[in-house]
Design a binder for this molecule. Structure first.
Ligand SMILES: Cc1ncc(COP(=O)(O)O)c(C=O)c1O
Length: 359
């Protein structure tokens, strides 16, 4: 008898990460994974080096110091924070806890691909709700809720579209959901957002028992290689997460560097200023070239080329000139190419290549 995996595992597509290499180019501009081009701050790098002496020890399983540092920075109770190997691991744990065969996991049309992948892995059915103007549509999400729905994932801001919904809309979503449906607010890019009507969702976690907010160290904190994320959740859900996670799911270097990174406000400020300046520059330059750029509040944009063939040619042209962007077919956005805001020279290079492409 052959081995048989659990239902759903073989249906889940492989996640294809942004590539980091181009044949024949020694140092390509890697603008494919929304990493912070400035890297981590010096405090995090020093802390990481300091972890070398402790490599033979198991980590402190509850990430106590790291959770305290996160709590201090964001004014949150550390007892309601759980850390994971990237917010990917948190998404996986939440899906395992709340969904299984016969259940539905709801997300918006161009939402982050790990939501349907995790749903399929546990044997649940991923369900997409349509978006309006490449933005999460609360009414469409609420209309798609059935008695099988167990989880709703909303990335705010969303990757790859870069759009966001105001806090009042998120609140309307929670209030329209049955109490037995978990709302996951994925705030991976929240530090980049400078909009008065936006917030990360903490107040909804404090108010409702069925809301959690996930965050990551992979974006503005520049620690994608360490795999570190966290979730702020009501006490009951935190208890379930602690039962589900591996006892040592976050390594020592990640805990130490993460705690240093989160306390380093000046690096965050520097990263935000860099992003504001070069996101706006790239957007304006692209628009001047007739490339459509939906408004983005993240550290990336999607460039619209009107049809798949032109988008593919633009992607390949960037690539053959040493810039790695990301194709968006997997997100139902084959007419677009996603580009992360890189260093100044990378952004300028990108713009120059696009000028040549359009010229
Ligand atoms: C919206 C969103 N959520 C979660 C993640 C996962 O981040 P990580 O697992 O690195 O914390 C990403 C990464 O690109 C993302 O874009």
């Amino acid at each position: 008898m052959p081995l048989v995996p659990r239902p759903g595992i073989e249906k889940a597509p492989l996640y294809i990460p942004g590539s980091h290499h181009v044949e024949g180019v020694a140092e390509p501009a890697i603008l494919s994974a929304n990493e912070n081009p400035l890297g981590p701050g010096q405090a995090a790098i020093d802390a990481y080096h300091g972890a070398a002496d402790a490599l033979f020890r198991y980590p402190e399983g509850g990430a106590v110091d790291l959770r305290a540092a996160i709590g201090k920075r964001f004014g949150l109770n550390p007892d309601q924070i759980t850390c994971g190997a990237g917010s990917d691991e948190i998404i996986t744990m939440l899906t395992r806890i709340f969904a299984g065969p016969g259940d539905e996991v709801l997300y918006s049309e161009h939402g982050f691909l790990m939501y349907p992948i995790n749903a399929l892995q546990v044997g649940a059915t991923p369900v997409k709700a349509p978006e309006s103007n490449l933005t999460t549509d609360v009414d469409a999400l609420l209309a798609a809720v059935t008695d099988k729905t167990k989880i709703v994932f909303v990335a705010n801001p969303n990757n790859p579209t870069g759009s966001y919904i105001p806090s009042a809309e998120l609140k309307r979503l929670v209030e329209g959901l049955p109490d037995n449906v978990l709302l996951v607010i994925d705030a991976a890019y929240s530090e980049y957002v400078c909009k008065n009507d936006y917030n990360d969702g903490v107040e909804l976690v404090d108010k409702y028992q069925n809301v959690v907010m996930t965050r990551t160290f992979s974006k503005i904190f520049g620690l994608a290689a360490l795999r570190l994320g966290w979730v702020y959740a009501p006490p009951k859900i935190t208890e379930l997460l602690n039962r589900t996670r591996g006892p040592f799911n976050v390594g020592v270097p990640a805990q130490i560097a993460g705690a240093a990174a989160i306390a380093d406000l000046s690096h965050t400020d520097k990263s935000i200023s860099h992003n504001d300046k070069w996101l706006s520059f790239m957007t304006t330059e692209f628009e001047n070239l007739g490339i459509q750029v939906p408004p983005s509040v993240g550290n990336f944009l999607i460039a619209g080329f009107g049809d798949k063939d032109t988008a593919d040619r633009a992607y390949n042209h960037l690539r053959s000139n040493g810039v790695i962007a990301r194709q968006m077919g997997g997100y139902g956005l084959a007419d677009y190419v996603r580009i992360t805001v890189g260093l100044e020279k990378e952004v300028r290079l990108c713009v120059d290549i696009m000028k040549e492409f359009k010229g």
